[in-house]
Design a protein around this ligand. Structure first.
Ligand code: ADP
Ligand code: MG
Length: 699
């Protein structure tokens, strides 16, 4: 049971004054979770702070700065009567010769005249910018007089926002949330706390949301470091509890002669690469041991993980047991089936697929056959987790693209058998630090080389201004019988608009190239998606306009061209994943990254990395450096929020300490019974590791 004193933090955000159902929805979007709670808001970290102590003169203000200035109101310039939509401007000045224009859209004149009377002095805060060579501020965050200014905090945090949730509104809610912080026992080791000079947990949150110094809200501050360490420890402890739980059920050795493995390999139209062979050996050895296997098979896009997974499955199936492959999407599950079915048939493996789409009798038949052991290998999606899915004797769970699944989901699958061995396939090249945070102590097999015969992908960056040229050359390629993807980005903030953009592009290309053009996006029904995929796979359509639904794993070796619009909006790792959809066969492939000019220096550098390198690891590390770890994992798409507080570039150095601490806790107090153990339960709840706590109580 969660400690009662935490209840106010786990209450809905609507328990805060001023937050109604409408704002609640917007907060859900901002905080990346449905039905957000007070604690989620508390973990929404500031992106900076306004420092009202230093007030630059107008001629010292730089564009893009969040500043507070004291100015005198010079003149009102209401929207001209014939253009009521034009902004209302107020011109201000100080004792330098620079001026500042305050710009308001949809403004009420009487309101602004009262707020900013001509000739009076006002303090104004907001983001400065240059417009037409003049300093301006659109909708300042604050406009106050001398007295109002005296009441303002001198340092105030600013936060990432979303449309409809402005800074003022957010601050009020955060402030109310901070006031709800109860007394919470200290869960960190005392010696460690004093060595690192960490403030207590609640104090750290207070400092971040009510800073004294702008530095208080920097990720390097002691307060932020403390919270980051808390988050890392919570993650490591949850993993340690999970591992302990899994090890408690000792494994079962499964070995076989290898006849079935050999049949699968014989049916392959190619030979395994050296690293595929090594991975197969690792896995076969693990399976034979009487301990549970927890192995990560990590390989860049196109390195051929699926066949390794199938060979692993063949090993346990030959021993008379069952295996399951779980994919994050229906498309991928079907694709695995398509790849595997002919090989399985050659080897005498009975395969079935179970997704959310199977209903009624069809579903029941699969479940019946499964529990009787008449299915050897079940491929599926989340549907495999459902309670009524029971195996005859599940020996091996293979989880593809793991970071899209949570720890508890992995657990749900492995609970469906007796000491199930686990093989995780991941295409996202994950730097070592992240492997540790997300997977804990798994053993790792890496597929380092690409299958023979692959040609480098010719990657180019092209301005959107040359769209017509790009369309022309894609058109020529189609005429030559080639196949191409055309990717339109989907940015969560305005999914509708993005979808409309993809549909418009589709309409546009279809008008030019006719029925050879097809469309696939995330909002389509899965049957429609499959059909579109199948048409492209078979060559019936040759140009597939897609949103990022094709990001993970889709395998059509005949596709040799990929066009990515607004490449500057994607993370590097994501672009690499997308690019990995081509270059899978022996044909020469091209990747065209379309960007909207002008590109900033960083954006240019990022795209250049992609042009220069096809090494997923290098790209991932650059991405980590340039964008932070949240984007690397593609968290926006994954639905797995990863970290809220910790930033790997800044706090990654604490990871080792968090792991060691978790190991120590497990050695001394595995059931979290001591006073520190009790306090650690608070930690686990606060960082959303409830599943791990269930494992303790389950013993
Ligand atoms: P990923 O690691 O991205 O999941 P896949 O398993 O989808 O890669 O394999 C990519 C493609 O490479 C598939 O078409 C597969 O048949 C092919 N492939 C796998 N192993 C080899 C190999 N050793 N030689 C040639 N082609 C291979
Ligand atoms: Mg794959």
């Amino acid at each position: 049971m969660r400690p009662l004193s935490l209840n106010p933090l786990f209450a809905s955000l609507t328990s805060l004054p001023g937050v109604g159902p409408k704002l609640d929805l917007l907060y859900g979007k901002l905080l990346g979770r449905e039905a957000p709670r007070v604690v989620d808001l508390l973990m929404h970290m500031p992106s900076g702070a306004i420092d009202r102590r230093a007030r630059p003169k107008l001629n010292e203000v730089l564009p893009g700065q969040v500043v507070t200035v004291d100015v005198t109101v010079l003149e009102h310039r209401p929207s001209p009567p014939n253009r009521p939509r034009a902004p209302y401007r107020v011109l201000c000045g100080d004792d330098t010769d620079a001026t500042l224009t305050l710009t308001f859209f949809h403004a009420r004149r009487d309101y602004l005249e009262k707020l900013l009377p001509v000739g009076e002095k006002r303090y104004v805060s907001g983001t400065s910018e240059f417009y037409d060579g003049h300093l301006q501020m659109v909708h300042p965050d604050r406009v106050v007089d001398e007295k109002g200014f005296a009441d303002l905090p001198l340092v105030e945090p600013v936060y990432p926002l979303t449309e409809g949730v402005g800074l003022g509104v957010l601050r009020k809610a955060v402030d109310a949330a901070v006031s709800k912080l109860p007394d919470i026992p200290e869960w960190q080791d005392e010696a460690w706390i004093s060595r690192e000079q960490f403030p207590p947990f609640t104090e750290a949150l207070r400092q971040l949301h009510r800073p004294y110094e702008p530095h208080d809200v920097a990720p390097e501050s002691l307060a932020w470091r403390r919270l980051a360490f808390d988050e890392l420890l919570a993650g490591q402890l949850a993993l340690a509890l999970l591992r302990a739980h899994m090890r408690r059920q000792t494994g079962r050795g499964t070995s076989s002669e290898g006849a079935m493995r050999a049949k699968v390999m014989k049916a392959l139209p190619y030979a395994l690469t050296h690293s595929q062979q090594l991975a197969v050996n690792d896995i076969t050895n693990d399976l034979a041991l009487p301990q549970r296997m927890l192995r990560l098979l990590q390989g860049d896009v196109g390195s051929g993980k699926t066949v390794v997974a199938l060979i692993a499955a063949a090993t346990v199936i030959e021993a008379g047991r069952q295996a399951a492959i779980m994919a994050p999407t229906e498309i991928l599950a079907r694709q695995h089936l398509a790849t595997i079915a002919p090989l399985a048939e050659a080897a005498g493996i009975r395969v079935a697929i179970l997704t959310g789409r199977a209903t009624g009798g069809e579903r029941q038949t699969i479940l019946d056959r499964l529990v009787l052991g008449d299915i050897d290998l079940l491929i599926g999606t989340h549907a495999l987790f459902q309670d009524d899915v029971a195996f005859h004797d599940l020996a091996l769970a293979i989880v593809d693209e793991q970071h899209r699944f949570g720890v508890h989901q992995r657990l749900a699958l492995t609970n469906k058998g007796d000491a199930v061995d686990v093989l995780v396939l991941t295409a996202t090249p994950i730097p070592r630090t992240l492997v540790l945070t997300n997977f804990g102590d798994m053993d790792v097999s890496e597929l380092r080389e690409k299958p023979a015969g692959r040609q480098p992908i010719d990657t180019r960056t092209i301005s959107m201004a040359r769209l017509t040229d790009v369309e022309d050359s894609v058109g020529r390629a189609i005429d030559e019988g080639k196949r191409a993807y055309w990717v339109c980005p989907l940015v969560e903030e305005s999914e509708k608009i993005d979808l409309a953009a993809a549909e418009a592009r589709y309409a546009d290309l279809r008008a030019r190239f006719g029925s050879k053009v097809d469309l696939i996006h995330g909002k389509m029904k899965s049957a429609e998606k499959d059909a579109a995929m199948a048409r492209f796979s078979s060559g019936q359509s040759q140009l597939l306009v897609a949103t990022t639904v094709i990001e993970v794993g889709v395998d059509v070796p005949e596709a040799t061209i990929i066009v990515i619009e607004h490449a500057e909006r994607f993370g590097l790792a994501q672009l690499h994943q997308l690019r990995g959809r081509v270059g899978r066969g022996s044909g020469k492939s091209t990747c065209l990254l379309l960007y909207k000019a002008p590109l900033g220096e960083t954006a240019k550098a990022r795209l250049a990395i992609l042009r220069e390198s096809e090494d997923g690891f290098r790209i991932a590390e650059e991405d980590l450096r340039l964008r932070g770890e949240g984007d690397l994992l593609g968290t926006r798409q994954s639905g797995d929020p990863g970290f809220h507080v910790a930033r790997v570039e800044v706090h990654g150095k604490y990871l080792g300490a968090a792991r060691d601490d978790a190991a120590l806790i497990m050695a001394r107090d595995p059931d979290l019974q001591t006073p520190r153990g009790e306090a650690l339960r608070y930690l686990l709840y606060l960082f959303g590791k409830d599943e791990a706590i269930k494992l303790i109580s389950a013993g």
